[in-house]
Design a protein around this ligand. Structure first.
Ligand code: GUN
Ligand code: FE
Length: 447
């Protein structure tokens, strides 16, 4: 029997210390000496003051002595959300960045992606990319795989096995004149997408969902885009693709789809622009296109490392935010050379500062705003903010335990008097990673 002010929810873990997160109203909120309880389902059951430990332990029926106390130089922040990453390109991340996008795809990317026909190769790379991104604090990833259904299903299984929240897309493309062995027929693409979705959903992985993934308009016939829009609509699925990354690509889309108002209109007319759509890049979108994004509730994945590495352009993130279009950050491995979301944070600030150098009137993004883009903003961009993105009762506990004074860290902490030292310097400061309440980093070796 429980008395009326006792909860019936079972608490699995309670943490006490500093929590740093974003809300809709505050880009960075620092909550000091808080007590946060996680239930057996991995959800945040309560957040209270550390002073209330006794009364909260009575109400929620946990042992006050079992509370995990964070150290002086530690804090929790929400896990980061990578809204755009090509798992299949991780094998050559950090190389081959000497060509512009369209040539880069033909020369490096398509030949490598063709190798995922081999499931052994796929398993090796996909295991590495899931472990690496988790280590770097990516608790949610929105992945492109390749055109191969079985390898894409394997990526879903590996994300599930390591405990990463993931949207996984089997890539669809029926147009590829330069590497013709790496493409599907429209029928194959349609049928295999249906097989991918049904087989992934059958697995009932709690944190992994399929995402309909036309590579980008130049790789897809209008017929295929139409089929994919229909599949997404009929199954209420997420959609991801690329848009307006380079000027050359925008010109190509005009040539390939002359009867459409804009690049965005090509996706829109095929029912691919919805409130569950995330489009990577968008560097060269017009105001009219951004208005359409806003109207449809579609979002943009800002991938600054890739935008600079491939000399694609610079997204004016402030303009996107002013249009009230949902915005998240992406690493875009391997157009972006780093699989780290902290790198995406830094490159986002760099791009914003370069725009300020070009125009001193420009309203530079603040560090706090970019922190929000990497966490809550990303979860909103992927329409997963009901489950993740910040520390709110009822959401899943997706969190990073950061230790600014970690052994072997990248910087010396110089003490300038009192006060908590809050700030992550490097991926190495991430001591532990939690997804849906479960500690997934450090990895537990499996038999
Ligand atoms: N556009 C179409 N495919 C790709 C890709 O793999 N990477 C990037 N950066 N842009 C693309
Ligand atoms: Fe990409």
């Amino acid at each position: 029997m429980t008395s009326s002010n006792e909860s019936t929810v079972d608490i699995a873990h309670v943490y006490r210390g500093t929590f740093v997160h974003s809300t809709d109203h505050t880009a960075v909120e620092i909550l000091e000496d808080r007590l946060l309880g996680v239930d057996t389902e991995g959800k945040i059951a309560f957040i209270g003051s550390g002073q209330e430990v006794y009364s909260l332990s009575q109400k929620w029926r946990f042992e006050a002595l079992a509370v995990t106390q964070l150290g002086q130089y530690e804090f929790f922040m929400p896990g980061m959300v990578d809204t755009h990453i090509h798992a299949s390109q991780y094998s050559y991340a950090g190389t081959a960045l000497d060509l512009p996008l369209l040539q880069w795809l033909n020369t490096y990317t398509f030949p490598v992606e063709a190798c995922y026909k081999d499931l052994g190769f796929a398993r090796n790379v996909y295991t590495h990319v899931v472990k690496r991104t988790l280590r770097n604090g990516t608790t949610t990833a929105c992945y492109f795989a390749t055109i191969h259904t079985d390898a894409s299903l394997l990526l879903g299984q590996i994300a599930n096995d390591f405990g990463q929240r993931a949207l996984v897309g089997k890539v669809c493309m029926d147009t590829n004149n330069f590497v013709p062995h790496y493409r599907e027929t429209p029928e194959e693409s349609h049928d295999e997408t249906n097989r991918f979705i049904s087989e992934l959903l059958e697995k009932k992985y709690p944190l992994v969902r399929p995402v309909v993934t036309p590579r980008f308009a130049p790789s897809c016939s209008a017929a295929l885009l139409g089929h994919l829009g229909e599949i997404a609509q009929n199954n209420h699925l997420h959609i991801q693709s690329h848009i307006s990354e380079t000027k050359e690509e925008v010109k190509l889309v005009k040539e390939l789809f002359p009867d459409y108002d804009s690049y965005t209109d090509v996706y829109h007319k095929h029912n691919l622009l919805t409130d569950k759509t995330v489009m990577a890049h968008g560097c060269h979108l017009t105001d009219e296109e951004l208005k359409l994004f806003r109207e449809k509730g579609a979002s943009i994945a800002h991938c600054p490392n890739s935008n600079i590495s491939l000399c694609s352009g610079m997204l004016d993130a402030r303009r996107v935010l002013n249009h009230k279009v949902k915005l998240g950050l992406g690493t875009d491995v391997a157009g972006g050379y780093s699989p780290s979301m902290l790198d995406a944070v830094r490159r986002t600030l760099d791009t914003s500062k370069v725009l300020t150098i070009q125009d001193p009137q420009y309203q530079t993004l603040t560090f706090e705003e970019v922190f929000r883009l990497a966490t809550l903003g990303g979860s909103q961009a992927l329409s997963l903010d009901e489950h993740t993105g910040n520390f709110k009762v009822g959401k899943d506990f997706d969190a990073l335990r950061v230790n600014t004074a970690i052994e072997g860290g990248p910087i010396d902490l110089i003490n300038h008097g009192e006060g908590p030292k809050v700030g992550t310097r490097d991926d190495r400061n991430i001591a532990e990673v939690y997804v849906a309440g479960k500690r997934v980093v450090p990895f537990v070796e499996r038999p």
